[in-house]
Design a protein around this ligand. Structure first.
Ligand SMILES: [Zn+2]
Length: 136
């Protein structure tokens, strides 16, 4: 190979290596994003289940209230247990929502406190500028 051809081949090799690294990074980023998306989906499914369980507890609570209204004996402990169960499930759902927020890299608006997305420069609710937003 003459010198000129060697120089061109050398430049092409460097370029190919760069493209390979960029492609690998893109694949790694996509993999990480896919993992987050799957986790967010699982968390949303769990939140949906918790809400269904809370609705069952609310129905039982309503039945106890109606029984009391209708003059039947109702155990206070049963009412307390249902109220505590509902509190616990609401806390669990809130924790899962916080985790989703983390995964979506959401942060609170400095003015109104509503949740802003990773790339938001301005709050979608009040329009205030959000620190760290890159507008991408
Ligand atoms: Zn705001």
């Amino acid at each position: 190979m003459n010198e000129k051809a060697k120089a061109v081949a050398g430049r092409l090799r460097v370029k190919a290596a760069g493209v390979g690294a960029a492609a690998q990074k893109a694949i790694a980023d996509a993999g990480r994003k896919t993992g987050d998306t799957i986790e967010i989906t699982k968390l949303n499914v769990r939140i949906f289940e918790i809400n269904s369980e809370v609705n069952v507890s609310f129905r039982k609570l309503g039945e106890l209230m109606y029984a009391a209204y209708a003059g039947e004996e109702t155990a206070d402990e049963a009412v307390d247990a249902l109220l505590r169960e509902i509190d616990g499930k609401k806390e669990e759902a809130a924790a899962l929502r916080r985790r989703i927020s983390e995964l979506k890299k959401e942060r609170p608006c400095p003015v109104c406190g509503s949740s802003c997305g990773e790339g938001d420069r301005f709050c979608r609710k009040c329009g205030a500028e959000v620190a760290g937003g890159d507008g991408k």
